[in-house]
Design a protein around this ligand. Structure first.
Ligand SMILES: Cc1ncc(COP(=O)(O)O)c(C=O)c1O
Length: 323
């Protein structure tokens, strides 16, 4: 199978813009050998007022929290520095819509497996990335199975952090599911309850109520938080409580959400059709609200969309607070 490469123009590397083809990391970098890095997945959307980054401040705060969880004692970038660097990377690459990937990694020292032996480096890349779960996922939904791989125990690694090495667990699960013919994997937590998918949080709908697993063993998704807020706005009751795998089978609807995946129905799990086998009314209503929110067309957009001004000094942002 031909490997897909990501195409982009310029990458922010430790404060300088570097041509993408020249943005290299030396082979002897401990972060690369041991997965000692933290990252974010963020999206910028085209809105009537120009490109806007969805919930930028929350993503930047989570990146700094991830660094704290991993154990970096000193991070030389403030939230304001990171926001400015992300904005400039989007503007310089000229995309109206793009995925944004900041990555902070251990660039020296640490060979003795002690993070205190080195310092963090930071890179920020952006590229167009649509349809993370495939071109038909939004319309048709996707098929998933409950994985043979267990989600991390929160005392084995920090599940609140987007640590690079954590994603080996996701890669094991996703690869197995795709090889088995499914589109996505559902991981159970160490107690056997539903945790999340490989890169997305999970929700079920039953009797008009929404349930999602508690946040302790999973990544606290920013989309998860947005969906919980949008559901409350729509008057749909929501609860965070343990979910068993068979509660998924008998749900009226199941859907997943994440920055990359957005909001996608699971129409089949472990060869059992979920509900009517298509995205149900609650999933559709939330997809619609979410797509409006990220594109600046929802009452929540003002607080959530961070306008990235094109190189037009003095342009006045008509929505989206500059923070
Ligand atoms: C394991 C995992 N869970 C959930 C999510 C969803 O998080 P968010 O909505 O902040 O993108 C992600 C995506 O980053 C993830 O990797």
């Amino acid at each position: 199978m031909a490997a897909k490469t990501i195409e982009t123009k310029t990458i922010w590397m430790n404060g300088k813009f570097v041509d993408a083809a020249k943005a290299m990391v030396p082979f002897l970098t401990p972060g690369f050998h041991y997965g000692i890095g933290v990252f974010e997945g963020i999206r910028c959307y085209a809105t009537a007022d120009g490109p806007a980054v969805f919930r930028l401040r929350e993503h930047v705060d989570r990146l700094l929290d991830s660094a704290r969880c991993l154990g970096f004692r000193e991070v030389p970038w403030s939230a304001a520095d990171l926001i400015a660097a992300i904005e400039e990377t989007v503007v310089r690459n000229g995309y109206d819509e793009c995925y944004i990937r900041p990555l902070m990694w251990l660039d020296a020292g640490g060979w003795n497996l002690n993070i205190d032996g080195g310092n963090p480096s930071l890179g920020i890349a952006v590229w167009p990335w649509k349809d993370y779960l495939g071109p038909d996922a939004l319309k048709k939904g996707i098929r998933a199975n409950v994985s043979s791989i267990t989600r991390h125990h929160p005392n084995a690694t920090a599940t609140k952090a987007k640590i690079s090495g954590n994603y080996v667990n996701s890669i094991l699960a996703k690869t197995e599911s795709v090889r088995l013919g499914f589109d996505e994997a559902i991981l159970l937590d160490p107690n056997g309850y539903v945790a999340e998918c490989t890169g997305a949080n999970l929700f079920l709908v039953r009797g008009g109520k929404i349930v999602t697993p508690p946040s302790a063993p999973v990544l606290e998704g920013i989309t998860r938080d947005s969906i919980l807020t949008l559901a409350s706005d729509l008057g749909i009751p929501v609860a965070e409580k343990p979910v068993s795998r068979d509660q998924l089978y008998i749900a009226d609807e199941v859907f997943v959400c994440g920055t990359a995946a957005e909001c996608i129905a699971l129409t089949e799990i472990d060869f059992r059709k979920i509900g009517a086998g298509e995205a149900g009314p609650v999933t559709r209503a939330l997809q619609e609200a979410y797509h409006a929110a990220v594109r600046g067309a929802h009452a929540r957009s003002e607080a959530w969309c961070h306008l990235v001004e094109k190189a037009a000094p003095g342009r006045v942002a008509s929505f989206g607070r500059r923070r």
